[in-house]
Design a binder for this molecule. Structure first.
Ligand SMILES: [Fe+2]
Length: 496
C-alpha cells in the first residue's frame, strides 16, 4: 500500500521479509553489511577543499530478527562515517559492538524485547538491550556512543569506527549515562544526566573533566520517574529537564509495558544548577506543560538564561485505528513540535516563553562548538507530523534573532538525516561553513552525502557524494574536525 518505499533493499538481511513492519523496510531497513571505501566519487557540484574532518552518524541497525513488535528505536547501533580531506571523501560503517550485540550474535537470536515490550523488569542484565544506537559526542579525544534510555558509553575509534570498549571515566562512573551529554567547548567538560525507573534518585547529574575524570555527581530529587531526553548548558550553569510526559512505572512493573502519558495538570520544569553545584543550589523554573526531545542551545544574557528548543505542546501517541497492531508504534513516532524559546531570570525568578515559529521541526543543531554561548543560527529538519513513518523531508535553517527561516525541500524520493554544521577552514562567522546530510532515496534505495553552504542552504547542495552502501535512516550526527581526529589539544584558536 505504500509502494516501493517499503520494499526490501537488496543489502538488507533476508529475515526482514518475515515482518510486515515499515521500520524494517525501505529507507529504514537495516543493512547486513559493514563497508569501507577510500574513494567516494563526487557526482554533482564540487567537493569544497576547505572542508576537512568527518561526519559521523549513529542509528539503529538490527543484527538479528526482533522477538517482539519492532520499533525504530530498537536496532543495534551502527556508526557511519564520511571523511573529507583535500576535496576527497572516504566512507566507512561499523556496528557498535555492545555487550548486547555480542550476546545475541553468539545466540543467533534476539535475547531482549524492544521498547514496545513486554519486559521482564526483574532481569539483572537490563530489561531492554542497551544498543548505544542514539548519540555521538566527542570528549577527551574520544568518540562516545550513547543510548537514549541511559546506558553504557562506548568508545569508538573515530577513524576505523571499531568499538574500543565501555567508557567508565577511570572506573569512577557508577551509573549509566543518557544520550545527549553536552561537552562545553570552552572548558572541555562533559555534562551528563542519567535516569532511574524505579528507585530514587530518579535522576543523577554529573560532570567529567576535560582530562576524562569524573569530578562531580549528585542525586537530583524528582517527584517520580521521568523521561527527559536532553540536557543543556550555559557558560556557568547546567539546565535539567522535567516534563509532564512520562511513563507509568506501576504499569511497567506489573504488566511490563512502557506506557507514556501526558499530565496536562503538571508544569514543565527546568532546573538550573551551577556547573559543579550541589543539589541545594538547584533552582526549578516552571512553564506550560509539554515535552521536548531536543534543545537547540542555551546561553546567559545578563541575569537571564535563554533556551531554544523544539517543543511538543501536546505530546502523545497519534494512533490511527486502520494501522492495526502497528498503530501504537507508528503513533509514538509522529512528532509535532515547533521552535520555542524559554527565558529564566536568575535574579528575580521571572520566566517567559514564546513560540518562535510554527513549522514542524526536530533534530536541531547549532554549531556545537558554540554550545552554551549565544548562537544565532540552527539547522533542523522538517518532519511532517502526518507522515506514515519518520521522514526528514526538508532541511531548515533558522535565524533565532529574527525568527526567519530558509529551507530546502528535498527532491521527491529523497530523505535526509540530522545535519551538523562543519566550519570551513578559516571560518570567519557563525554560519561560515557547511551543513551535511546523509541522504537516501526511498525507491532507488541508495545513499549519497549532500553538502550545503550553510549561508544559503535554500540553493541546494554544493556537492553530492555517492556512497558505496545504503545508509539506513538514523538518529544523531556529529562533526569532528581534523584537529580532533589527530587528537591535537584544543586551543582557543581552534575556532579561527
Ligand atoms: Fe536524541
Amino acid at each position: 500500500m505504500h509502494g516501493k518505499a517499503f520494499s526490501k533493499p537488496d543489502d538488507a538481511p533476508a529475515w526482514v521479509l518475515d515482518f510486515e513492519n515499515p521500520y524494517l523496510r525501505g529507507i529504514h531497513a537495516p543493512t547486513a553489511t559493514e563497508t569501507t571505501s577510500d574513494a567516494c566519487p563526487t557526482i554533482a557540484g564540487e567537493l569544497p577543499t576547505d572542508l576537512e574532518g568527518a561526519l559521523v552518524r549513529n542509528g539503529p541497525n538490527a543484527n538479528v530478527p526482533p522477538s517482539n513488535l519492532y520499533h525504530w528505536f530498537d536496532g543495534d547501533g551502527m556508526v557511519h562515517g564520511v571523511y573529507f580531506r583535500n576535496g576527497q571523501a572516504r566512507y566507512r560503517s561499523r556496528w557498535i559492538r555492545t555487550r548486547g550485540l555480542a550476546a545475541e550474535a553468539r545466540a543467533s537470536e534476539s535475547l531482549w524485547p524492544g521498547v514496545m515490550g513486554p519486559f521482564d523488569t526483574q532481569r539483572s542484565d537490563g530489561y531492554i538491550k542497551d544498543t548505544a544506537n542514539t548519540d555521538l559526542v566527542w570528549h577527551h579525544g574520544n568518540l562516545l556512543a550513547l543510548w537514549y534510555l541511559c546506558g553504557t558509553p562506548y568508545r569508538i575509534d573515530p577513524l576505523s569506527l571499531d568499538t574500543l570498549g565501555p567508557e567508565d571515566f577511570g572506573g569512577a562512573l557508577g551509573s549509566t549515562v543518557s544520550a545527549h551529554p553536552k561537552v562545553d567547548p570552552r572548558t572541555g567538560e562533559l555534562v551528563y544526566f542519567t535516569l532511574s525507573d524505579f528507585e530514587p534518585p530518579f535522576m543523577r547529574y554529573g560532570v567529567v573533566s576535560r582530562e576524562g575524570e569524573l569530578v562531580h555527581e549528585i542525586p537530583i530529587d524528582l517527584p517520580g520517574p521521568r523521561a527527559p531526553h536532553d540536557i543543556t548548558i550555559t557558560e556557568h550553569h547546567s539546565i535539567l529537564h522535567d516534563f509532564p510526559f512520562f511513563h507509568d512505572t506501576t504499569v511497567l512493573r506489573e504488566h511490563g509495558y512502557r506506557v507514556a502519558r501526558f499530565h496536562r495538570d503538571l508544569p514543565t520544569r527546568f532546573g538550573v544548577i551551577p556547573r559543579r553545584g550541589d543539589a541545594d543550589r538547584l533552582r526549578w523554573f516552571e512553564f506550560e506543560p509539554g515535552y521536548v526531545l531536543h534543545m537547540v542551545n542555551a546561553w546567559e544574557d545578563g541575569d537571564w538564561i535563554v533556551m531554544d528548543g523544539c517543543l511538543q505542546p501536546d505530546p502523545g501517541i497519534r494512533r490511527r485505528k486502520e494501522e492495526g497492531e502497528l498503530a501504537s508504534m507508528l503513533g509514538y513516532l509522529r512528532i509535532n513540535s515547533h521552535l520555542h524559546r524559554w527565558r529564566m531570570n536568575l535574579r528575580t525568578g521571572q520566566t517567559s516563553e514564546e513560540a518562535l515559529d510554527d513549522l514542524n521541526v526536530e533534530f536541531p543543531l547549532p554549531d556545537t562548538e558554540r554550545y552554551g554561548e549565544h548562537t544565532r543560527f540552527s539547522y533542523l529538519h522538517h518532519l511532517p507530523a502526518d507522515a506514515y513513518t519518520v521522514d526528514f523531508r526538508a532541511l531548515v535553517k533558522y535565524d533565532h534573532e529574527s525568527g526567519a527561516s530558509t529551507r530546502y525541500d528535498y527532491p521527491t524520493g529523497w530523505f535526509g538525516g540530522e545535519a551538523p554544521f562543519a566550519p570551513r577552514r578559516n571560518s570567519a562567522s557563525e554560519d561560515d561553513g557547511y551543513v551535511i546530510s546523509l541522504m537516501t532515496h526511498g525507491e532507488e534505495l541508495r545513499s549519497e552525502c549532500w553538502i550545503f553552504d550553510a549561508r544559503e542552504i535554500e540553493r541546494g547542495p554544493v556537492a553530492r557524494i555517492a556512497l558505496p552502501q545504503r545508509v539506513p535512516s538514523g538518529f544523531h550526527a556529529k562533526w569532528i574536525t581534523n584537529a580532533q581526529l589527530r587528537n591535537e589539544p584544543k586551543s582557543p584558536s581552534d575556532r579561527d
